[in-house]
Design a binder for this molecule. Structure first.
Ligand code: NAD
Length: 412
């Protein structure tokens, strides 16, 4: 399996050469300083299960870089979470926040656990233990967690409450909370909506008018992206999740599929579409990978039929697959741009919490689209000017901003 951290570092080195970092800032070691995270926290959490037995879980929080503001990044619950993955995700957060120009750095956290294997009370105890261990490392001005794969507003509420017990009432300590306790309207939908916003910009560039969409992943990001497509009258012909893959040339009724998933826990067996082997290589114009890392690889990239890929997930395309897609002329809107909607609205939530003044959802969405469209245009223009891919352009713009801030802050 492709190592996501090594891949991320390789791309940072490559794009730093496009930026001529060594010539512009000789002897400052900016690339080496960027690659090594500021702080890595790793610990074991012991959990007493409801039946009295004990279990242990590996927990992580990586604070990658705070040159542009407090660390910011989600918390992932997944059995395959490991240190390299969390390091890669935290580095991508630094790039993402820099690219969309929000005053945060990058971080990420995670627990190596299958959340479906625990009861709700076990999960709550685990989240509280995790938070308790991190009370000195998180705060509205230091590091602000948020949801990621396997976590949602429910877990963020527990983090808020646990922090409150040990420190202070500070709504801005975590984002992606339920609206009742200071969550922003539109946060839950923001990443998926942002993916579709980026897709709409890219289809304009490609002059695609009547197009079909395939979505891998039907969790927070995938389901809200699909719902947004449905609301815009765009046909979603394929959807896949961990339980199975669906295809219907006439388009899948997404609202019905959401209800079905809520009832059954997955999309498998949905009567409104046929079961197929794969949604990445099926017939469609636009592909939205919104599930896992390394989904698009050498073994399937050649067979991808889409003309446009908008990366909802973090790191869904391996570097080798990226090269194949480039040769095939597929436009890839990179993850650090395409899925930045979540962190943008997390920033809005943090601002609203600190102001104690809350915005209407329409205002949230408008500001979200404005920021994403601007970032999209900057990336496209840079890519055209320098004759590089949108991914290289996005990395260049983000790294340039971080490096300028590093130099401006002086030599420590
Ligand atoms: P989620 O846990 O809500 O959903 C994940 C989805 O992926 C589920 O439908 C699951 O069944 C599916 N999936 C998992 N493994 C799969 C596999 N092997 N094949 C097919 N489908 C599979 O997670 P999410 O929050 O939607 O996050 C998805 C991706 O988006 C992750 O890469 C995450 O880092 C990224 N992301 C999330 C946010 C956010 O706000 N939640 C923000 C930015 C990026």
């Amino acid at each position: 399996m492709s190592n996501v951290f090594e891949n991320a570092v390789k791309l940072v080195r490559e794009t730093s050469q496009i930026l001529e970092v060594e010539r512009r800032y000789p002897g400052k070691q900016l690339v080496e300083r960027f690659i090594v995270p500021d702080k890595v926290i790793m610990f074991r959490a012991t959990l007493q299960k409801d039946d009295g037995t004990m279990d242990c879980f590996l927990c992580y929080r990586v604070q990658h870089c705070d040159m542009l503001g407090p660390y910011k990044g989600g918390i992932r619950f997944h059995p395959q979470v490991d240190l390299d993955e969390v390091k890669a995700l935290s580095l991508w957060m630094t790039l993402k926040t820099a690219l969309v120009e929000i005053p945060f750095g990058g971080a990420k956290g995670g627990i190596s656990v299958d959340p479906a294997s625990l009861t709700v009370s076990e999960l709550e105890r685990l989240v509280r233990k995790y938070t308790h261990r991190l009370v000195n490392d998180i705060s509205p001005n230091i590091d602000i967690p948020a949801p990621d794969m396997g976590t949602s507003s429910r877990e963020m509420a527990w983090i808020y409450d646990e922090y409150r017990k040990h420190r202070e009432v500070a709504r801005a300590v975590v984002t992606g909370k339920p609206v009742e306790i200071g969550g922003s309207l539109g946060r839950k939908e923001a990443t998926g909506r942002g993916v579709v916003c980026a897709m709409m910009e890219a289809v304009k560039d490609l002059h695609l008018t009547d197009f079909t969409v395939s979505v891998q992943g039907f969790g927070n990001v995938g389901s809200h992206a699909a719902l947004d497509c449905e609301a815009r009258g765009i046909k979603v012909v394929a959807i896949g999740d961990v339980t199975g893959n669906l295809y219907s040339a006439n388009g899948i009724n997404i609202s019905d599929l959401v209800k079905f998933r809520e009832r059954t826990g997955g999309i498998k067996g949905f009567p409104g579409a046929e079961a197929v082997a794969d949604v990445l290589t099926c017939k469609c114009d636009v592909l939205l990978p919104c599930a896992i890392e390394n989904a698009i690889r050498v073994d399937n990239a050649e067979r991808i039929q889409a003309k446009l890929i908008v990366e909802g997930a973090n790191g869904p395309t391996t570097p080798e697959a990226d090269a194949i897609l480039k040769r095939k002329g597929v436009l890839v809107v990179p993850d650090i741009l395409a899925n930045a909607g979540g962190v943008i609205v997390s920033y809005f939530e943090w601002v609203q919490n600190r102001e104690g003044f809350y915005w209407e959802e329409e205002e949230v969405n408008q500001r979200l689209f404005q920021r994403l469209q601007k970032a999209y245009r900057r990336v496209r223009e840079f890519a055209e000017e320098k004759k590089v891919t949108p991914r290289q352009a996005a990395y260049c713009l983000a790294l340039d901003k971080v490096f300028r801030a590093t130099v401006a802050r002086g030599v420590q």
